[in-house]
Design a protein around this ligand. Sequence first.
Ligand SMILES: [Fe+2]
Ligand SMILES: [Fe+2]
Length: 258
Amino acid sequence: MTFDAPTFQQNSAKLDIGDIDFDAFKDQPLDAEALRCLRYMHDVESHTVCYLRDVLVTRAHRDPDITAFLTLWNYEEFWHGDAIGKVLAAHDEEAGATRIAELRQRLPKGDRWRPVGFQLASALTPHLTAVQMTWGAVNEWTTQAAYARLAKLADHPTLSILLKRIMKQEGRHIDFYSTEANGRLTNSRAAQRVTRWALRRFWAPVGSGVIEDQEVDFLRTYLFGDPDGLVFAERIDRRVDRLPGLHGLHLLAGAVAA
Ligand SMILES: [Fe+2]
Ligand SMILES: [Fe+2]
């Protein structure tokens, strides 16, 4: 669990899809469940810039290491959404700007108040950054596991190559968030208490509150609802357990059981 900022900044790049044969999906299309899953992933990856908005209004923006990472993270996530959009387009599904605009029109009214809520929380506790870094680690662990599960379930050679490349970049995001979370939690019992409370009270699978509830339910059942999926969920919970002060939250197992 280490992160080397200069190496990340040097290696950060637009996802390489130059050799991906998207026409292969026309000859060998994905099934309805895999496509439903990819719609969700497209929408969540494309929503990264909105999550970034909520982080930048907090005290996290004062940390140049965090803002350097977030700049490149947002860029990489954009291209993840774009690549998944190309898979959807190969199935004659709507993707890209039109789909993203529709999603943002459907966001709950409360979304406009999220930056205000984050600003307020940042004023109330100096430990919000620890919460955000830990939250980011859990979401990146979940995202990488979701891609691994989808690759296995869809069992499509072209999709597997694409998802493997995305997962490699998600791995570097994991390194950043988990290193930041670990450092901030190690240094402060108060940060541990605030983060533990926030995760227990507010954490939900990535995409919740943005994507419709029935799609969140579908995704967690489809990807993590069988014994193989549960192994992934429990592995993420063990990683959370290893962060200082966060033992025994069972976030993923709890979400799957729900
Ligand atoms: Fe991503
Ligand atoms: Fe990521």
